[in-house]
Ligand binder design. Structure first.
Ligand SMILES: [Fe+2]
Ligand SMILES: [Fe+2]
Length: 198
């Protein structure tokens, strides 16, 4: 099928082939939650739906295939991203939707690219996808209710909560921190009035 002719239903059919039932449902739920947040924060609903659907499209691919897709795309990545396999599916997903599905919208591509690490200077759409991945309806981790409440207060407060959660988990395990995540954390912490350390 010609990439530019693909509809959302085609994307859903493709996801069904590429993902197990659990992650397929997660993808639909993230898309639905992304639409809800997009409406709330006046973000492009169609882009939010597409990016939400596609954000984990490479997640069940073998790591070596994910890494190959990243390298082939020529996309820049950090040493920390290279060292953490869990981050590969976001970059590989961005490469896949651009190169295999022919999606040209940079904002959708970047929303997929940064849905796990975040980065400073994210657009509203990119923030919506980052948060929707935490607040989709099947999520049931400790603290999800707080995340959902914050997502309804402001995108930045929800991002601060999400980044704190992720960075703390990495620190607890003495893992490397990706600078993009730290920069995103500092940016939203300052926006949320947490910039003064005194
Ligand atoms: Fe993901
Ligand atoms: Fe996800």
């Amino acid at each position: 099928m010609l990439a530019e002719k693909m509809t959302n239903d085609d994307y859903i059919a493709l996801l069904k082939q590429r993902l197990g039932e659990k992650r397929f449902n997660h993808s639909l739920n993230v898309a639905e939650e992304a639409v809800r947040l997009a409406k709330k924060y006046s973000v492009d609903v169609e882009k939010a739906y597409k990016a939400g659907l596609l954000h984990d499209i490479m997640k069940e691919e073998k790591p070596e295939i994910q890494f190959e897709a990243i390298v082939k795309s020529g996309m820049p990545f950090t040493e920390v991203e290279k060292s953490n396999q869990k981050l590969w599916h976001a970059m590989a997903g961005a490469a896949y939707i651009k190169n295999e599905l022919g999606i040209e919208d940079e904002e959708i591509i970047n929303a997929v690219r940064y849905h796990t690490t975040a980065k400073a200077g994210m657009t509203m759409l990119e923030k919506v996808i980052y948060i929707a991945d935490f607040t989709s309806k099947e999520r049931d981790y400790d603290g999800v209710e707080k995340m959902r409440e914050l997502a309804d207060v402001s995108l930045e407060q929800a991002m601060l909560e999400g980044l704190s959660f992720t960075l703390q988990k990495l620190v607890e395990k003495n893992k490397l921190l990706n600078l993009d995540s730290i920069n995103a954390y500092n940016e939203v912490a300052a926006v949320c009035g947490k910039g003064n350390n005194i």
